[in-house]
Design a protein around this ligand. Sequence first.
Ligand SMILES: NC(=O)c1ccc[n+]([C@@H]2O[C@H](COP(=O)([O-])OP(=O)(O)OC[C@H]3O[C@@H](n4cnc5c(N)ncnc54)[C@H](O)[C@@H]3O)[C@@H](O)[C@H]2O)c1
Length: 462
Amino acid sequence: MPGSVDRRNFIKTTALTGVALSINNSIRAFSPGKKEKVRVGIIGAGFRSQEHIGNFCQRPDVEVVALADPQERSIHEAIAEIKKYNRPEPVVYKNGDHDYKQLLKRDDIDAVVICSPWEWHIVQAIDAMQAGKIPGVEVCGAMKLQDCWDVVNTSEKTKIPLMMIENVCYRRDVMAVLNMVRKGMFGELLHAQGGYEHDLRGVLFNDGITAYDSGVEFGPRAYSEAQWRTNHYVKRNGELYPTHGLGPVAVMLNINKGNRMMRLSSIASKTRGLHKYIVEHPKGGTEHPNAKVKFQQGDLVNTQIQCTNGETILLTHDTSLQRPYNLGFRVQGTEGIWQDFGSGGPTQGFLYFEKLMKHSHHWDNTEQWLKDHDHPLWVKYGKDAEGAGHGGMDFFVDHTFIECIKRGVEFPLDVYDLASWYSITPLSEKSIIEGGQVQDIPDFTRGKFRTKKQIFALSDEY
Ligand SMILES: NC(=O)c1ccc[n+]([C@@H]2O[C@H](COP(=O)([O-])OP(=O)(O)OC[C@H]3O[C@@H](n4cnc5c(N)ncnc54)[C@H](O)[C@@H]3O)[C@@H](O)[C@H]2O)c1
């Protein structure tokens, strides 16, 4: 595998430097290099973390040592998940928003998985690295551009690596298409599309008891994501959730590995869906206090991105209207095109390869193609992934996180990927405010992208 020696040395040497740099005593427990077992702390014990916990508890090489979350209910549910697998009860930190810092002081934790509300991701990732813990960070976009620089600078300074745990990069059809891209079947890539096109109305509002489709409350009267996510729709207008759509195509286009995103422009539609949902809901109505809320987030936000190697990317954020789920992938090259019209199932996409299909000008269903070009990782671990979240892809993202730490090798989705993907959010907000004005996307690698090699899923190991 190209660059494997460098990668192997990366965590080893960088972690050692991190030990030297840190003033936190807990860091003495950080043992760099290869490990038999990875000891994990969870920050944010809500629904998403419980999916990671389920995956970790099925692995003998992972121990979930501690949980930090200010909400009793989340802690209770996360512990119940751990008990399902007869694993030892974790130590709990639940005294407010900053108690996770006590978890970070523990000397028996190697890594943390950050599944908190968006506004905490980068703050907690930085604190984790400063405490010598390797963060795996859930998906979202940054609150501000400077945060993206801060997370890169902290990783470089502490030499603690970070993994962007973007599960859609591991979706079976996405990986099969990646495999076909790497085999050259699409020729030279020119354009890609993706997005977050998911009716979240029943997630953004609930009754404070049941998480989904149960009411029109948000904020303190609500439960789970409606407690915090909806506030972003009140105050912001941008590409709020770029990484599910961007991550998979960024890997195909070798973003930050020989290529990079150079500039973007975003526009937003008017805002209708969430207000309509509140007034039409049986528990809402025109007199409900939330019917007076003015949501800033446009129902559709489209972001065009240009890459240094000449490709274009189109991202769509579409979460406030009625619609079936679809991440809307399209990958287009000189020799082929893939369009994903459904919810990621093998039969729900279309492919066209002009030469292979004798210039028929007819789409072919993806099913057989995806079988024939299944990624080696899925061929090897498909059975193990059965039952894991989001059609199995969660198995792979957690597997990669743990395997890289155990082997002491570089993460395939790293701090530069997190920074550049997260940066789309504040840049899109600025672009929309400025009427679609083009915004430069910083080179968070400071030129290293030119020589960095792609290491994502090069084999059937992780
Ligand atoms: N990759 C995916 O497929 C996927 C799916 C769902 C959610 N997510 C992401 O995962 C994250 C969590 O989402 P969720 O659905 O679990 O939300 P959730 O609201 O169910 O859980 C978030 C938890 O974080 C806790 N929290 C709040 N402030 C905290 C703090 N300062 N320190 C520690 N914990 C804190 C909350 O009390 C809550 O229990 C979000 O970033 C979300 O976008 C990803």
